[in-house]
Design a protein around this ligand. Structure first.
Ligand code: ATP
Ligand code: MG
Length: 252
């Protein structure tokens, strides 16, 4: 049994087969990349895993549990966090508050605890603050800590979103095009963070990414998709050289 596994996923939007027989498995501690031309179905895989959409067939398993049909909020509780291709943050809130929102699932005691402001609840809140401050240091966000997200440069907002995902303490992190829109220096920082996330924090990563030099640098294995179907699986070098992958990109 694999750490994470999707099998035979299918999902059509009208006549478009966004996913058609997609399956792969990821081992604990891996960096696994999904690549493919625009419209290949990469984001849809994440949307099915995080229950934004229900697959029409197939299954999703994580740490031995079947997540195929769980309610959406259970996915984060199960230990899976994600970032979005078009950054999703609370723009009017500060960096600090956006990261604290990632702690939501740890912070609320029952209704009685909330009314009484119980000590246990205050302790949980203190712990959340400590963890968020640690993440702020880890991601070099200290200069922006009390700034509203809306006014921040794009590259910084992407890092805030990464921080918010990490604040949920996932064991599996899904990154949808983490390097898109970043400059070379920001992309280099991202590569280091991914390495730390995997090796120091012990989090497994699946990332969708078009930047093949980043994929080659950080990914252990790559699945290439085209038109909703898996077309090649292997090391970054193997997949890059695969004739069907080359054809898919040229055909695009
Ligand atoms: N909510 C939706 N409604 C209708 N069609 C959708 C929806 N989401 C995705 N699709 C279609 O499904 C296909 C796969 O889309 P998806 O967003 O998964 O591609 P992608 O591989 O992430 O592409 P990109 O690299 O451009 O982000 C595309 O044809 C897309 O238009
Ligand atoms: Mg996408």
């Amino acid at each position: 049994m694999s750490f994470f596994e999707v099998e035979n996923l299918a999902l059509a939007f009208g006549g478009v087969r966004a996913l058609d027989g997609v399956g792969f498995s990821v081992e604990k501690g891996e960096v696994f990349a999904l690549i493919g031309p625009n419209g290949a179905g990469k984001t849809t895989v994440f949307n099915v895993v995080t229950r934004v959409f229900a697959a029409q067939s197939g299954s999703v398993r994580f740490e031995g549990h079947d997540l195929t049909h769980v309610p959406r909020h259970r996915v984060v509780e199960a230990g899976i966090a994600r970032t979005f291709q078009n950054i999703e943050l609370f723009d009017g809130a500060t960096v600090l508050d956006n990261l604290l929102l990632g702690r939501h699932r740890f912070d609320h005691g029952g209704w009685l605890a909330q009314i009484l402001g119980s000590r246990a609840m205050r302790e949980r809140e203190d712990e959340s603050r400590d963890r968020v401050e640690t993440l702020i240091d880890f991601l070099d966000l200290a200069p922006y800590r009390m700034q509203r997200v809306a006014g921040l440069p794009y590259g910084v907002r992407k890092v805030v979103e990464l921080g918010r995902a990490l604040a949920t303490e996932p064991r599996l992190l899904l990154l949808d095009e983490p390097a898109s829109g970043l400059n070379p220096e920001e992309t280099r920082d991202l590569a280091f963070w991914i390495d730390d996330i995997v090796h120091d924090l012990g989090i497994t990563v699946i990332m969708v990414e078009h930047d093949m030099s980043l994929v080659s640098e950080v990914a252990d294995r790559v699945l290439a998709m085209n038109l909703g179907r898996p077309i090649a699986l292997g090391t970054p070098a193997e997949v890059r050289a695969h004739p069907d992958v080359i054809a898919a990109y040229l055909g695009h």
